[in-house]
Ligand binder design. Structure first.
Ligand code: KG4
Ligand code: ZN
Length: 329
């Protein structure tokens, strides 16, 4: 990354190796990280035509996530930084998602305050950004969260429902596609926490509801592709409805003048079209920056670097991966 420009982006997806298990297997994930880390790292440098000695710093995700996989990244970053005497910039995974719309250089500067909706496989969280990322304080993610899921994340709800419908992992994109052939009102599914006094989300009831519907349909031998499409459309409608309801509430309560939707679920076509009804400008990352990628971590790292929030050589040697960071990294 130079300024805001992505010089290269190499993404190695592990989806295929986890697919037979219906979800991520942590040990396989870390082993695969270890196997591919150097290849991906040096490919990214080669594609950018940048020598390691010319880097200003090395940004790395320290958490949250699977600790084994995180450790591989943190160790690689430390090794490279040690060899070339470069600073290391620890980055929180969600901070990467949060800055991802900025990677689209055609996105205008947002009107503040902006409601930032992080909807991924592991997180569903609404934040209010009053400053823009260049001025974010170290505790930005903690101090500005106004809503979160009390149980499953929205992406997890998509994935678990998809699994029950027999779609491969990760199911979000499958549901998105199948839903186009189905009727979103075919099944009546729960929408918990409807109260306006509650800013939070809850998605875990959905998998129980889908599981019961699937069981009933299987017993009646009625689970055919058309019915599966109706269920996919209905579950997507329920998730989008719940997301939109709490997003509207946060926008109204905090007088937001714009919205950014980030994370894997930001790729969902139904959610994207519903956002247009909000009546405020909406920023969305380009599709390649919705799901996990290194460009968003590099940009979050650049903001931190400019604020002087990095670890100099050799003080980064004690840097560690954190599965569930409870405070600033
Ligand atoms: O942000 P991400 O790549 O990884 C995490 O940090 O969790 O998000 C992955 C999640 C998965 O749950 C996946 O099913 C979901 O994003 N996802 C989608 C779509 N594309 C990916 N969910 C709904 N519709 C999509 N089109
Ligand atoms: Zn993510």
């Amino acid at each position: 990354m130079r300024g805001q420009t992505v010089l290269s982006l190499v993404t190695l997806s592990q989806i295929k190796i986890h697919q037979p298990f219906g979800g991520v297997v942590p040990e396989i994930a870390s082993r695969s990280h270890l196997e591919w880390m150097n290849t991906v790292l040096f490919q990214a440098l080669a594609d950018a035509h940048v020598e390691p000695q010319n880097l200003d710093g090395i940004a790395v995700t320290c958490g949250p996530g699977l600790v084994g996989a995180l450790l591989v990244g943190v160790s690689a970053a430390k090794a490279l930084a040690y060899a070339y005497k470069k600073p290391v910039i620890p980055v929180h995974h969600l901070e990467g998602h949060a800055v991802s719309p900025v990677l689209d250089t055609t996105t205008p500067s947002p009107e503040l305050p902006q409601c930032l909706a992080i909807v991924s496989g592991g997180h569903t969280q609404l934040l209010i950004d009053r400053t823009g990322p260049a001025q974010w304080a170290p505790d930005f993610l903690w101090a500005n969260t106004v809503a979160r899921s009390r149980d499953d994340a929205a992406g997890e709800a998509f994935d678990k429902s998809a699994k029950l419908l027999g779609f491969p992992y990760p199911g979000g994109a499958w549901i998105d596609r199948k839903a186009r052939e189905g009727n979103p009102r075919a099944f009546s599914l729960p929408r918990p926490l409807p109260e306006k006094s509650i800013p939070d989300f809850s998605f875990s009831g959905l998998k129980t509801a889908i599981s019961l519907e699937v069981q009933k349909l299987q017993e009646a031998r009625a689970l055919n592709p058309a019915v599966a499409a109706d269920l996919a459309a209905s579950v997507q409608e329920a998730i989008v409805d719940m997301l939109m309801r709490k997003i509207r509430l946060a926008v109204a309560n905090h007088e937001c003048r714009s919205l950014a939707l980030v994370g894997g679920v930001a790729a969902n076509s139904r959610l994207r079209s519903e956002l247009q009804t909000l009546g405020i400008p909406v920023s969305l990352p380009l599709p390649e920056y919705c799901t996990d990628n290194a460009a968003m971590i590099a940009l979050a790292g650049r903001y931190r670097f400019e604020q002087g929030r990095f670890l100099k050589f050799p003080e980064f040697v004690s840097l560690n991966a954190v599965a569930y960071p409870k405070g600033p990294l």
